[in-house]
Design a protein around this ligand. Structure first.
Ligand SMILES: [Mn+2]
Length: 323
């Protein structure tokens, strides 16, 4: 099987070495393809050189155009699906870069489906961050249709607002498109779209987006949305995603990022720090990864105060401007 990952821009590229290392460590039989664009960091260059089995493919979409940029994931995925099938690959896991692989997932391909997606019982039931595809010409047509519908949602201002609104069950233009094409219904797991069989799996298996305990079912964790601030900016957690709910997953990520850094440094024989990947180990975690809650509360307090002070400052500036 193949893991296919699209990475656009320097910001998210910082998470790549940890993901690649997790695949190397936990799913070593898989092949890996990276489709990337607009990444020019030194760290990325080093990462490219230390995973010789990983295939890196630079794309040249017109990402200066904002609609293309917003739809970059679907552009990457459709291109990747076409190229991978041409090269004779059929079983492909497409995934975001903000993920970690904890276990081999190839056995999921024994199930009957053309496309496997994840669902959960929440306001936004679908999440397209990790999906499994058995590539064939039907599936490629599906992906083309899905890409086109996503780009339509991006270009249509009304749909774009709906796609991101908390009042609708989508959480993004490509998820909205997927919803529409399937005529998705919460309690239906199997769909047939022009001969393509789509099957929903509980998100706990290969697209765990929630802050929960890691179990024997957890194969891939998807550190989506609110996590990125935490991981990439060493920040603090929110009311919706608390430190106590997230602790196990967060410590796993920080440990894996450090282990991955050591691996990269030893292979490339260069000096490199986690901060070059935009990742920081927070000061409230000690050497053995225990949380110092006193420190954490203080850091959270400072972060909140900063927000409050900034908003006071901005309103003050605005008043002065008006005056
Ligand atoms: Mn993601």
């Amino acid at each position: 099987m193949v893991f296919a990952i699209g990475v656009f821009g320097n910001f998210f590229s910082g998470m790549l070495h940890t993901l690649l290392y997790s695949i190397y460590k936990n799913a070593n039989d898989a092949e890996v393809y990276i489709f990337y664009q607009n990444i020019n960091s030194r760290a990325f260059g080093i990462v490219k050189s230390v995973f010789p089995r990983v295939k890196f493919r630079e794309t040249d979409f017109n990402l200066e155009e904002k609609y293309q940029r917003r739809g970059s994931k679907m552009l990457f995925w459709e291109l990747a699906a076409n190229e991978l099938l041409q090269q004779g690959h059929t079983n492909v896991c497409f995934m975001d870069v903000d993920t970690l692989v904890l276990k081999d997932i190839s056995h999921f391909f024994n199930e009957k489906f053309d496309i496997a997606f994840s669902i959960k019982n929440e306001k936004w039931p679908l999440n397209t961050g990790v999906m499994l595809f058995k590539l064939n010409s039907n599936v490629l047509s599906f992906m083309q249709k899905w890409k086109e519908q996503s780009l339509l949602n991006i270009r249509n201002p009304e749909n774009y607002l709906k796609a991101k609104s908390h009042d609708y069950p989508y959480g993004g233009p490509d998820q909205m498109a997927f919803h529409t094409i399937l005529s998705f219904q919460k309690d239906t797991l199997e769909y047939n779209v022009n001969g393509t069989l789509l099957k929903g799996f509980d998100s706990k298996f290969f697209n765990e987006t929630r802050s929960v305990r890691i179990t024997e079912h957890t194969h891939i964790i998807h550190y989506k949305g609110g996590w990125q601030k935490v991981i990439l900016q060493g920040g603090t957690f929110s009311k919706k995603r608390t430190l106590s709910d997230s602790k196990e997953m967060y410590i796993l990520y920080v440990k894996m990022a450090e282990e991955a850094l050591d691996f990269v440094k030893s292979k490339a024989d260069v000096q490199l720090t986690l901060s070059e990947f935009g990742i920081s180990k927070p000061s409230y975690l000690n050497k053995s990864y225990e949380v110092n809650y006193f420190k954490y509360s203080f850091i959270q307090f400072c972060a909140n105060s900063e927000v409050i002070i900034k908003s006071y400052f901005n309103s003050f500036i605005n008043k002065v401007k008006k005056f």
